[in-house]
Design a binder for this molecule. Structure first.
Ligand code: ZN
Length: 236
């Protein structure tokens, strides 16, 4: 048994020489027990801790737009920072484990408080079907799955969907444009959502337009409450 363990360890170290386990943000080799981010990058991740702040900047994005119970983001997303790579890998490099692992880590942090205790279901923001087919997955769903694992809440990804229809927005006025974004999403199977507190999940929140549109559609279902969690918060 001991010999087997030793051999497995040697094999792991040998594989590490060929396929070194590199930190996704700083590219330095990692220890066996480190996952995705090296300890240093994990410590230096610019966390927001907004779940500890009432009326935090992410919640403020939605003030006067749609009714959101609670909203927060894992870390500050800054263009050019090494942590931009996290989102880049997740979106464009097919690194699915980034979404799941980051969601899981964030869920573990949120679980330390009662912030999302009242949530019943986790809902990922749907990707445009063509984009999802091209990418092979929806990054928001991966984050939702990671969060679900830590928070112990189920994911529901079929009820909120994005319509395939997209009309060119260039000729439209401001109100029409909003109408257009707003009509991108729809709910099917209302009974799965009615009376539930939903946690809407996306990779990054910037202007909040997409999250606002999803929230508006979800709030049309009787008795629904919506909270929001994203990985990144891009302060404009
Ligand atoms: Zn690192």
């Amino acid at each position: 048994m001991k010999l087997l363990t030793m051999m497995a360890e040697m094999l792991h170290d040998f594989a590490g020489l060929i396929y070194p386990n590199l930190c996704i943000t700083c590219d330095n080799p990692m220890m066996k027990q480190e996952k995705l981010l090296c300890t240093n990058c994990l410590i230096e991740l610019p966390r927001t801790y907004y779940h500890l702040v009432n009326g935090n900047p992410v919640e403020q994005i939605f003030w006067g737009r749609v009714s959101v119970e609670k909203a927060t983001a894992y870390f500050i997303f800054q263009k050019g920072s090494r942590y931009q790579k996290l989102i880049h890998q997740l979106k464009y490099k097919g690194a699915r484990e980034v979404g799941i692992e980051m969601g899981r880590m964030y869920g573990n942090e949120l679980k330390q408080t009662s912030y999302f205790d009242a949530v019943d279901l986790i809902i990922p923001v749907p990707l445009h079907p063509v984009k999802e087919q091209k990418r092979g997955y929806n990054q928001s769903l991966l984050i939702a799955e990671g969060l679900a694992q830590s928070l112990g809440k189920p994911v529901e990804f079929k009820s909120l969907y994005r319509k395939e229809f997209t009309e060119t927005q260039t000729r439209k006025g401001r109100y029409d444009r909003w109408e257009n974004v707003n009509s991108l999403f729809a709910v099917k199977n209302e009974t799965a959502l009615s009376g539930k507190h939903l946690l809407l999940v996306d990779d990054i929140v910037t202007t909040g337009a997409t999250l606002e549109a999803c929230t508006a559609v979800l709030l049309e279902v009787p008795g629904v409450k919506v909270s929001i969690a994203t990985l990144g918060y891009a302060n404009q």
